[in-house]
Design a protein around this ligand. Sequence first.
Ligand code: DGY
Length: 314
Amino acid sequence: MIQNILMMWPIADAQIKDLEENYKVFKLWQEADPESALGRIRKDITGIVSIVSDKCIVSGKLIRALPNLEIIAHCGVGYDNIDMKTAKEQGIVVTYTPDVLTDDVADIATGLVLTVLRRMVESDLYVRTGQWAKKGSMPLGRTLAGRIMGIVGMGRIGQAIARRAEVFGMKVIYFGPNKKSEVSYRYYSDLHKMAEECDVLMLACSYSEATHYLIDSKVLKLLGKNGVLINISRGKVVKEQDLIDALEGGVIAGAGLDVFENEPNVPSALCRLDNVVLQSHQGSATVETRTIMSQLVVDNLKLYFEKAEVLTPI
Ligand code: DGY
């Protein structure tokens, strides 16, 4: 029996082709009226391919509307776009793509630390707009070495960021629900204490009820006027309006943001600030990593439909 796959948003081209050679693939993003297209095909769908995007909300309503759905193969490490409770209740297998994107995400996080502290984006603009020639040297940046990075979430990505921070001579401390036996960095069970202690507050946790709006005006105040916030996790871990107020009011020194509360919409207040570096959720966005992630999606689907097994279940 041919399997019918609902692809909500494209993965890498070669892997789409591979899926099309083996299954019937419905490309939802190409439909002029996705709702009515779903109405026509919903009973045939046995698998979903989703990716980390606002275009891929795998809601409980969607899961329940697909009576023959067996597997959701998600392309990404964070899966807060999937209603896992409903998926579990309905006995749906869900897979994701951990590990393969760790280095790229950690690189973006490190890049944000560098660009914010060393004012690299500001400097780029300074050169391009002729201000260097007109005004002379730019205001000075800040040294990375000797600064303390406080990481929220010492998982795979947090640990990869910590290793990079050490190479730059930074000291690493961390906060999370549990002390990790595999690392020797100082552990804080109290986020407020860590925020007070660190210079760079790095968000590398997953998004859940427990991390919703974890970073608010109180945490930012404790981070202090020389502190920098970097977020490569999820936008909703931060109360965005509190962050804007803190940046505008000089409560913290700057921020590097790869993720936002309401992607792809970024508040104009953030875009106006020159002590902020903005990225369009680029953590895993390299040709190499997206190819490997997409291949893992394909491999999970194939293994599931051939042997009822998967490589990377959630
Ligand atoms: C993911 O896969 O969850 C990350 O957000 C990629 O940047």
